[in-house]
Design a protein around this ligand. Structure first.
Ligand SMILES: [Zn+2]
Length: 344
């Protein structure tokens, strides 16, 4: 009896399992869940490759290739410097998969940033590398950590495209890869995948501006709330921050930026404006939103205070601060965080 289909299915399934298993072994070796719980950042794939694992990593204009993993004569990983950051991150993880699983030299022309069993018409090593990348960058525990930070608690929250877009930024993933990660971790259904994919991220971004605005499709708009106080974030050059904070404006309090912020190339795109209020409550809480952006790359401390603006009183009733690292796009050469070490 001809049994090719069944055998092929078993081989693909095995290839997936090898990738998933290798990713979880490396998570353990690097104690990654604890590291991420401490800083609540996305998996820092470039640092893991070049610092933890000491595999040479280079960014280069690779023309039509996404990435390269070299085995002989000496190991190394090359990533196309012309691609978007979320794509470079996935490619780096995919190439790391080839490296960890001992595959030969590999030149990748096209890497799907998703894992979809129906679209796996590829060699087995590619299936393994892709499942490695996906499991390594988007494990269930990372969804839990980042989802909690965004206040995602219920299934309804998890299928709200606005939340999925914000989650994608905190996972360091594209919107589409985040959807497939929610699916592969059994958080949402195939039907939810279809619905979420109908929404275009550019339209979600537009909603975060006040009034009509056409953002550059490559920039992102990070929503930050009270629960992000004291957190660190990694943004790309050109990204916006939308701050949504509770306010006691009926009682005469307003949010304002500390003077030190303006020495650091901060542009206020929209000053704080009211987005919701609960008038039926005495002294009810309102919510305000503001939009800002930093000029140029660097490390910035964003600090705000809520105080009575019409009194000369210094009394501050609430503080909000975050540390923002604005990263430059990866240029040709070694990753930027490695440069000071080599120069010194
Ligand atoms: Zn590959």
């Amino acid at each position: 009896m001809f049994d090719g289909g069944k055998e092929e299915y078993a081989q693909k399934r095995n290839a997936r399992l090898i990738g998933v298993r290798e990713a979880s072994i490396l998570h353990e070796q690097l104690n990654l869940a604890n590291r991420v719980r401490g800083n609540r950042r996305p998996i820092d794939i470039f640092k893991i490759i070049s610092k933890d694992l000491k595999v040479p990593l280079l960014f280069k204009d690779l023309d039509n290739l996404e990435g390269i993993c070299l085995k002989d004569p000496s190991p190394g990983i090359l990533i196309n410097s012309k691609k978007l950051l979320s794509r470079q991150r996935f490619t780096a993880a995919h190439e790391l998969g080839h490296h960890r699983m001992g595959h030969g030299n590999s030149l990748d022309q096209e890497i799907f940033q998703i894992v979809d069993e129906d679209r796996e018409d590829r060699p087995l090593e590619e299936v393994s590398a892709n499942w490695f990348a996906h499991s390594f960058l988007f494990p269930r525990w990372l969804y839990t950590i980042q989802g909690r930070g965004l206040g995602i608690k219920t299934k309804e929250d998890a299928i709200d495209p606005n939340n999925v877009y914000q989650l994608s930024l905190r996972m360091g993933a594209s919107y589409e890869a985040t959807i497939y990660g929610l699916r592969s971790n059994n958080i949402i259904s195939p039907h939810d995948v279809t619905n979420l994919k109908k929404v275009k991220p550019i339209n979600l971004k537009k909603k975060l501006f006040r009034g009509e605005y056409d953002p550059d499709p490559r920039v992102d708009v990070w929503k930050m709330t009270e629960s992000d106080h004291d957190r660190d974030f990694d943004l790309k050059e050109g990204d916006y921050v939308r701050l949504e904070l509770p306010s006691r404006s009926p009682m005469g309090y307003t949010w304002g930026f500390k003077d030190s912020c303006f020495e650091e190339n901060l542009d206020i795109i929209h000053d704080f404006y009211l987005i919701s209020s609960s008038k039926n409550l005495i002294g009810g809480r309102e919510k305000v939103a503001g939009l800002l952006k930093y000029r140029g790359p660097g490390v910035f401390k964003l600090e705000l205070e809520e105080r009575r603006s019409w009194l000369r009183s210094k009394k501050v009733i609430k503080n909000f601060s975050t540390n923002l690292t604005i990263n430059k796009a990866n240029e040709n050469g070694i990753p930027s965080f490695m440069k000071p070490q080599i120069l010194s």
